[in-house]
Design a protein around this ligand. Structure first.
Ligand SMILES: C[S@@+](CC[C@H](N)C(=O)[O-])C[C@H]1O[C@@H](n2cnc3c(N)ncnc32)[C@H](O)[C@@H]1O
Length: 298
């Protein structure tokens, strides 16, 4: 028996999916899917996926073990809530708003592919709501159930889905915008789910991103310097690049946030326990945040 809050979350998710009929395609047979009264999403061939009580849908055929665990996403959420990513998110909202206004969009479907714990998409939707962009629909997908669980817990009125971005369980031509923030890409799939003049916004680290950490952890190794040229070349070879913006700022780190910062970034995955302890002991007063935001048209 579901508690009333859980049932309410499922009802909200069901209503959203129902309102956006034809959004999902079956990950097994690629046929259209519909939501049922019995809290599941099903295709005409009978492939059936239950809505989780947290209000998300899991459309992965094989659950894999992700290196991105609950602790990482929880730390990422704390850092995210501290305002760390705000300039990047506001830039994205601005770019979407300008494009939408210019194109006269009557609907604005946003897919965040590799959304993690969901705070970027939630913030961007909230910004665009304030700006008055019409017909907003947000869909966040991620391979990690832990990330999607956290997203569904905190942000409503967005469709959250555990899925693989290399085989999106989504119908063709559904979205005005695909977001791909600090996550792997699959340009073929992104093109497929975008509408005709849809745009892809991809955020990648610039060389200076978290440079203070990188210098401590990787001085003298080939990881000391990160160069994103090959990622930009691949993007430009797949999409028509219409904008490229550099965002660069410093964030003052509250003492209690250093540990969260260390936990939230894959940069520390290969670091030794000793190195991490050393960083905690010495402390970091501020950290550089630097991204390239690439905007491409299909
Ligand atoms: C560095 S995290 C970034 C998450 C989020 N965009 C952010 O900026 O906080 C990379 C994310 O990509 C997700 N990911 C990796 N491979 C994926 C795949 N094939 N399909 C969907 N998500 C994937 C991971 O689970 C992880 O959440």
């Amino acid at each position: 028996m579901l508690a009333s809050e859980e049932q309410r979350k499922i009802e909200v998710a069901k209503a959203l999916i129902m309102r956006n009929k034809g959004l999902f395609r079956c990950p097994v047979c690629e046929r259209e899917m519909v939501v049922t009264r019995t809290n599941s999403v099903i295709c005409r061939d009978g492939h059936n996926f239950d809505l989780a009580k947290q209000g998300y849908i899991n459309l992965l055929l094989k659950q894999g073990k992700s290196e991105y665990d609950r602790k990482l996403f929880a730390a990422r959420k704390v850092i995210s809530n501290s305002g760390f990513f705000d300039p990047m998110r506001h830039k994205i909202s601005e770019l979407i708003y300008e494009t939408g206004a210019g194109e006269g969009w009557s609907t604005t479907g946003l897919l965040d592919a590799g959304c993690g714990e969901g705070s970027h998409l939630a913030q961007i939707i909230s910004d665009l709501n304030e700006k008055g962009l019409p017909g907003l629909l947000g869909v966040g997908i991620d391979l990690s159930k832990e990330g999607i669980r956290l997203a569904a817990k905190d942000y409503q009125n967005i469709i959250w889905c555990v899925a693989d971005l290399t085989k999106l369980p989504l119908q063709n031509g559904q979205f005005e915008v695909v977001l791909n923030i600090l996550s792997p890409a699959n340009y073929g799939e992104f093109k497929r789910v975008l509408k005709e003049r849809g745009i892809l916004i991809k955020v990648i680290p610039a060389s200076n991103y978290l440079i203070e950490l990188r210098e401590i952890l990787y001085r003298g190794t080939d990881r000391e310097l990160y160069i994103n040229d090959s990622v930009i070349r691949l993007f430009a070879g797949s999409f028509q690049m219409i904008r490229q913006e550099r965002i660069n700022y410093k964030v003052l780190l509250k003492e209690e946030n250093l540990e969260h910062l260390i936990k939230m970034t894959p940069l520390t995955w290969n670091a030794s326990h000793q190195q991490l302890e050393e960083i905690m002991k010495v402390g970091l007063k501020s950290i550089t945040v630097a991204f390239d935001v690439l905007v491409g048209r299909k």
